[in-house]
Ligand binder design. Structure first.
Ligand code: MSP
Length: 489
């Protein structure tokens, strides 16, 4: 692999960012940092952004007493500001209301209109749709998905609509999609999601609508001025509009196909079925991989405005720090599975694994080394090789998004070194040479650990580097401030 293009979902701007949104974006940031170290900065492209069209946003703006334009500007800014406060280092932030995106969507729809399916039928046709539309999902729902006549996720009665639409002949892509997913040419992970998608395909794919006649807040269908592009089609195209679709072929060829779309499991079908089929229709490759993570609850409750448990990630980060939030989200919840978030647990993990383990260990080594003075490096080349080494099991765990395993691997090493340090009782050591030799070994370990931790704990990485000065063959350490001051109740 010579470059890595990764994306998060683009977030609806009907509401301000919450911890659920931060989850996907933080995971993507960890991966982007990891791949930048493996491949070099200019070979990684990390995209995030906001999904701003459609009836849901139109109504949220109305409710707020604002024009959709003013409203989306405000919330999109809140997303961008949140990511910046969390220290997330994306390469691009796309908004679907930007001209570059609107142009690309127009070009994509024109290409689709001209395209044929693998069975030789036109990819786009006109028809009439009658069904239940859930604005919360921005999607039509099957009658048997409803519970007591309401959408089980949004608890609202979907609207029965009968309208003229443009359709995409998704059903003709059934075999091709099945083959791509089965063979992992389009890799879907975790495996449970891959199987879910294959089962869904086996039940038979229905054609989907790609336009809406009565939604004003959207991109006009280029071949039918009376309709706007269905918001999910509009949104999915962001992954190519941001890298030059319809405008810059070279740039598109540099980054497409995406190496990884990170999504939540609720939107896996859009990314694993509809999106690849749309791409195949216009002659582009499907993404290489889609990873669908699980959902988390807060204190065992679904995150919802009406329950009032919506957590602002910035507030948490202000209290515990960006690194602690990253560490907690990725070490406590298996990426891909559902999990539960509680501030109490975050505090426990902070004090236990960060303050008492990592922080304390580094502080004790640094205090002894500061007191003991300069330490010479016996073999500089060997030392540099050691501190820059990336063990294969760790690299594989990160590359396969098994973040908790990657961190678990490092914490096992950390615990072993911590235990060793306690048993060595170095403060009693009378022989200077022995003391320095043993401290050298711990400092070398801290630098190695730090190099691997950088994608997960970027602020801590810099703090540790400030403590250790390496010049030629000499290590000088200063104790400095504590990495994770304990949080008392
Ligand atoms: N706009 C669409 C995505 C379009 S991508 C072309 C959308 N937006 S969303 O804002 O509703 O959700 C964005 C992401 O946040 C989804 O991946 C969703 O799974 C994730 N999460 C929202 N709530 C979440 C939790 N409670 N837990 C984990 N992830 C959650 O869908």
């Amino acid at each position: 692999m010579d470059r890595f293009y990764l994306t998060t979902p683009i977030y609806y701007v009907n509401d301000r960012p919450h911890i659920g949104h931060a989850y996907s974006t933080i995971a993507a940031d960890v991966l982007a940092r990891f791949w930048r170290r493996q491949l070099g900065d200019d070979r990684v492209w990390f995209l995030t952004g906001t999904d701003e069209h459609g009836a849901k946003i139109e109504r949220a703006a109305e409710k707020a007493g604002k024009t959709p334009h003013a409203f989306t500007n405000e919330i999109a800014e809140a997303f961008r500001a949140t990511w910046e406060k969390l220290g997330l280092n994306f390469n691009d932030f796309i908004r679907t209301t930007e001209p570059r995106h609107e142009k690309a969507v127009t070009a994509f729809l024109l290409a689709l209109k001209d395209a044929a399916t693998p069975k030789g039928n036109p990819a786009v046709f006109e028809g009439e749709y009658e069904g239940f539309y859930c604005t919360g999902h921005e999607a039509f729902m099957r009658e048997n998905d409803l519970v007591d006549g309401v959408c089980p996720d949004h608890k609202i009665k979907p609207e029965l609509v009968k309208e003229k639409n443009w359709f995409f002949k998704l059903s003709d892509f059934q075999e091709e999609l099945g083959r791509l997913i089965e063979t992992d040419e389009l890799e879907i992970r975790p495996l449970a999601r891959k199987n879910e998608m294959l089962n869904f395909i086996k039940q038979g794919l229905e054609d989907i609508t790609i336009s809406r006649p009565h939604v004003k807040w959207g991109i006009p269908v280029p071949f039918d001025a009376g309709q706007t592009v269905y918001v999910w089609v509009d949104a999915l195209i962001n992954y190519v509009s941001a890298i030059g679709y319809g405008e810059d072929r070279q740039r598109l060829a540099k980054w497409w196909p995406a190496n990884l779309h990170i999504v939540g499991k609720d939107i896996a079908k859009f990314h694993c079925i509809i999106w690849p089929a749309l791409l195949l229709a216009v002659g582009l490759e499907p993404p290489k991989k889609v990873f669908a993570h699980g959902f988390f609850t807060i204190d065992r409750e679904k995150i919802s405005k009406s329950i009032g448990n919506v957590i602002d990630p910035v507030e948490l980060a202000n209290r515990y720090g960006n690194d602690a939030l990253r560490y907690f989200l990725l070490s406590e919840i298996t990426f891909g599975e559902d999990g539960d978030f509680s501030e109490e647990k975050l505090k426990q993990v902070y004090n236990g694994e960060l303050a008492n383990t990592l922080g304390n260990y580094v502080a004790r080594v640094a205090a002894l080394a500061e007191k003991g003075g300069a330490i010479s490096i016996p073999d500089r080349e060997k030392f540099l090789a050691t501190i820059n080494e990336t063990p294969t099991p760790f690299a594989r765990a990160v590359a396969e998004l098994r973040f908790h395993e990657a961190l678990g691997f490092l914490w096992e090493e950390l615990h072993a070194h911590d235990k060793e340090l306690q048993e060595q009782e170095l403060w009693k050591e009378g022989d200077e040479k022995v003391l320095r030799g043993k401290l050298f070994h711990h400092i070398e370990f801290i630098l190695w650990l730090n190099h691997l931790l950088e994608p997960f704990l970027p602020d801590t990485y810099n703090k540790i580097l400030e403590k250790v000065n390496i010049s030629q063959n000499i290590l000088r350490v200063k104790k400095g401030e504590s990495l994770f001051p304990r949080i008392e109740n």
